[in-house]
Ligand binder design. Structure first.
Ligand code: F6R
Length: 609
């Protein structure tokens, strides 16, 4: 969840690291810090709050160094504060460490260090244990001390380590937390994620689990856990740094909402030939293999899980196979029925979500074939899967996921269509109709985006509400979960989503005068039932904002306000109906003065359990 960055070269590390941290701020932003290896030894500066606070702190200081590390934090052990901010140092003040992850045995190690070495800890963090461990093992050879310390650690870590005694060396270690190395001319970098260093380099090493990297300004060596040097292919980043900039939008979230038509089209085009035939090149899915599966398991977290809920309906319908969907943190402790006839689909934007990764490993251990739907190329989920279906959303920076979600949905349709066609159970005309509808989605989303002003006005009308419910039936119920999550995570309004037919079994007790109910009514075959549900909540005093397809006048007659989406097949609506909900959440949060791209308590990449 935190972001780490490090630099070694001939430039001033301070500016490069501060810039890198700003680009990693989406990973955590409750405190930030920097350690520089200056002529006068190690200088460490850290501050609670945003990176701006750290920048203000060092603004007047003449700090120069060719080696340094930095950190932006999402607190796990120890409250956000100056003292708990990273980097952490050993007691001699010569060694500094930044860490992304969690050290599970830190209490045990802390007690040992206190008892054996009389170390007095300066923070409440698990990370300080690493710095102190390296410190007690250090006798002039940083590499050796790091290897010895890492042997004692349990848990997850992406580490950046420097020592004032060895100013020509930067060390990085990875286990279950993302870590990349950037290869420059006469300089090298480490970071948790590519955007942090894309201004400087395009050649990257993707570091694997249990690897240690020794960087000097002209050289990078990677070692495995047995301390053998390993060879790594260079990964060339093809996308542009500008893709991770706001380009005139007030927030990344709004920019990313607007990028959905392109992301969707790119995701479809990468997997479709000129004749509209889906091609899953590089993904092993022969007819015989598909026929061998007797079950599909989709596992993910948060928004990606909501994409899985739609995936269940779509794949069951198109491929004629039973699909289970589970939340990753539940799946792994459930002892699920998974075996070598299971197709396990992991969905993850970041590809670094620890719960999803752990579920994937559990499924693999039980023999399942793992296909992942991932946005970040080379991420952990992608690397540990048998096959990867990349979403082509481009970098998603806002914490609230939007374009990753809709491109994940596209993958669900493409997987379902491909499996159904290969099995020979999906009639050609049905297949063709879906392809036609999918290809028309980007233009239909553009049409919704043109209603942005109207949706903003609705947000102005409703932004003071304390409770907002989302209801829907069939596929609309899955979309309502996503709409509600979007709203609560960025506006902090208490929001609840429920299948509309389930309301009367308890939750309707909460509906009263002034409650806002957002009713998704896009499923023609369930429209009458949905209209009854709208009437039920209105009878109890709720205001109703409906989402409906054009010309459904019956909805207009019952709801207080309606946002229309263009005509399309019921089965395709989730790709479109979520867009007004994203825009609505965005403008509600804006009206309430919230920090939209960096909501409180959240982080973009959740690499803790
Ligand atoms: C919400 C959101 C989260 C993520 C979830 C999984 O807007 O972004 O709910 O969807 O943390 O993250 P990934 O997809 O990276 O595995």
């Amino acid at each position: 969840m935190c972001g780490i960055v490090g630099y070694i070269g001939d430039e001033n590390a301070r500016d490069i690291i501060i810039d890198g941290l700003k680009r990693l701020e989406y990973r955590g932003y409750d405190s930030a810090g920097i350690a520089l290896c200056t002529e006068n030894g190690l200088v460490v500066r850290k501050r609670q709050g945003r990176i701006q606070n750290l920048e203000n702190m060092i603004a007047g200081e003449d700090l120069y160094a060719n080696l340094g590390i930095g950190h932006t934090r999402w607190a796990t052990h120890g409250a956000p504060s100056d003292r708990n901010a990273h980097p952490h140092c050993d007691r001699s003040g010569r060694i500094a460490v930044v860490h992304n992850g969690i050290i599970e045995n830190f209490m045990e190690l802390k007690e040992w260090l206190q008892k054996e070495y009389g170390i007095e800890f300066q923070s409440d963090t698990d990370t300080e244990v690493i710095a102190q461990l390296i410190g007690v093992f250090y006798s002039g050879d940083l590499e050796e001390a790091v290897f010895r310390a890492v042997e004692k650690l349990q848990g997850s870590y992406g580490l950046g380590i420097i020592c004032s005694e060895e100013p020509d060396k930067l060390i990085a270690v990875r286990r279950d937390s993302p870590l990349i190395v950037g290869l420059g001319e006469g300089c090298n970098f480490i970071a948790s994620d590519i955007p942090a260093i894309l201004r400087h380099v395009r050649k990257i090493y993707l570091i694997e689990n249990n690897e240690t990297v020794i960087l000097t300004k002209n050289d990078v060596k990677i070692y495995n856990a047995q301390r053998q040097e390993v060879h790594r292919e260079v990964f060339h980043v093809t996308w542009d740094a500008d893709a991770a900039e706001k380009e005139g939008y007030d927030h990344f979230m709004l920019k990313e909402i607007h990028e959905q038509p392109k992301g969707i089209l790119d995701t479809i085009r990468r997997r479709m030939d000129a004749d509209g035939k889906i091609v899953l090149d590089g993904i092993r899915m022969t007819k015989a293999e598909i026929e061998n599966f007797n079950k599909v398991y989709i596992v993910a977290c948060g928004t990606a899980y909501h994409a899985g809920l739609i995936g269940k309906t779509v794949i069951e319908k198109l491929a004629g196979i039973s699909v289970e969907v589970d939340i990753a943190s539940e799946f792994r402790y459930r002892e699920p029925f998974v075996d070598d006839r299971t197709l396990f689909i992991a969905i993850s934007q970041s590809g670094e979500t620890l719960d999803t990764l752990a579920a994937l490993r559990e499924a693999k251990r039980k023999g399942a074939r793992v296909l992942s739907v991932v946005n970040v190329v080379g991420s952990s989920v992608a690397r540990e899967s048998d096959d990867v279906f990349y979403t082509w959303a481009g970098p998603e920076i806002a914490v609230a996921s939007t374009k990753a979600y809709t491109t994940q949905l596209v993958c669900m349709y493409l997987i379902g269509l491909y499996m159904g066609r290969e099995k020979g159970t999906l009639p050609q005309d049905v297949y063709d109709r879906y392809i036609e509808e999918l290809l028309a989605v980007p233009e239909k989303i553009e049409k919704v985006l043109r209603q942005e002003k109207q949706i903003e006005n609705l947000a102005k009308k409703f932004y003071r509400r304390d409770n907002i419910f989302f209801i829907g039936r069939g596929m609309d119920s899955a979309v309502s979960y996503e709409g509600s999550l979007k709203l609560k995570e960025i506006s902090y309004i208490n929001s609840f989503a429920i299948a509309a037919g389930e309301l009367k079994h308890g939750t309707i007790a909460l509906i009263e005068e002034g409650t806002l109910v957002i009713a998704l009514a896009t499923q023609d075959r369930l429209l009458e039932k949905m209209i009854s549900n709208i009437q039920e909540v209105r009878a109890r005093g709720a205001d109703v904002l409906a989402i409906a397809k054009e010309n459904r006048t019956a909805v207009e007659q019952q709801a207080d306000d309606v946002i229309y989406i263009p005509e399309c097949m019921d089965e395709i609506t989730p790709l479109i109906s979520v867009v007004p909900l994203q825009i609505f959440a965005y403008y509600i949060a804006k009206q309430r003065g919230c920090d939209i791209d960096k909501p409180k308590n959240l982080a973009k990449s959740v690499t803790v359990e």
